[in-house]
Design a protein around this ligand. Structure first.
Ligand SMILES: [Zn+2]
Length: 165
C-alpha cells in the first residue's frame, strides 16, 4: 500500500481504538514500513478480525500483520491448488510450501519461548527475517532437551501412542 493508503488505514484504526491509538507522521511511517508489501483492502478486512481478537489492545504494525498476506504471498497462493493454514502463525500457504514452512515455524515458536524464559523479547517478525542458516544455528544452540515438546503435543495425545492401544 502507498503512504496515503497507510494514512487512511491508521485513521480507521484510530476510529476503533480512539484514546489508545495516536497518529502522527512517525506513526504513519512506522506503519508504512511494515505494511507497504500489503494491500489496503486486505488490511481493512483484517482490522475486523483483529478487533474481534484484541478489542482492548490497539494494534502495533508488527502484531497487526500476523495472519495477513503480502501481495507476493497472495499471488503465490493463486497458483496453488490446495491450501493449508499454519496453526502456529496462522498464515495460509500452498501445500508445496507447507512442509518446509512448518519446520521453520516450529523452530521460531520454540525460540520465542526460549527468549521469553530468559526474559528477552524477540518477535516472530524478527526471527522470520533471519536467514535460514542463522535460524538453524540459533535453534541448534537452544534446541530442546528431551523434556520439551511443542505446545499441544505430548506423549498422551501422540497419534502413534493411541494407535497402539
Ligand atoms: Zn507458520
Amino acid at each position: 500500500m502507498t503512504k496515503a493508503e497507510t494514512q487512511k488505514l491508521t485513521s480507521i484504526i484510530k476510529g476503533y481504538y480512539n484514546s489508545q491509538f495516536f497518529v502522527d507522521e512517525f506513526v504513519i511511517n512506522a506503519w508504512y514500513e511494515e505494511l507497504k508489501e500489503y494491500e489496503l483492502q486486505d488490511a481493512m478486512d483484517h482490522i475486523k478480525k483483529y478487533l474481534k481478537q484484541f478489542p482492548d489492545t490497539a494494534p502495533k504494525p508488527h502484531t497487526f500483520t500476523k495472519g495477513l498476506l503480502t501481495r507476493e504471498e497472495r499471488q503465490k497462493l493463486a497458483n496453488e491448488k490446495y491450501f493449508v493454514e499454519c496453526n502456529l502463525c496462522h498464515k495460509w500457504m500452498g501445500m508445496s510450501e507447507y512442509d518446509e514452512h512448518y519446520g521453520d515455524c516450529l523452530n521460531i515458536e520454540y525460540l520465542i519461548n526460549v527468549a521469553k524464559e530468559k526474559g528477552e523479547e524477540i518477535t516472530r517478525k524478527e526471527l522470520e527475517h533471519c536467514r535460514k542458516e542463522v535460524l538453524d544455528r540459533l535453534y541448534e544452540k537452544y534446541k530442546p532437551t528431551n523434556t520439551w515438546m511443542p505446545k499441544g503435543i505430548n506423549e498422551s495425545n501422540n497419534i502413534l501412542g493411541w494407535k497402539l492401544i
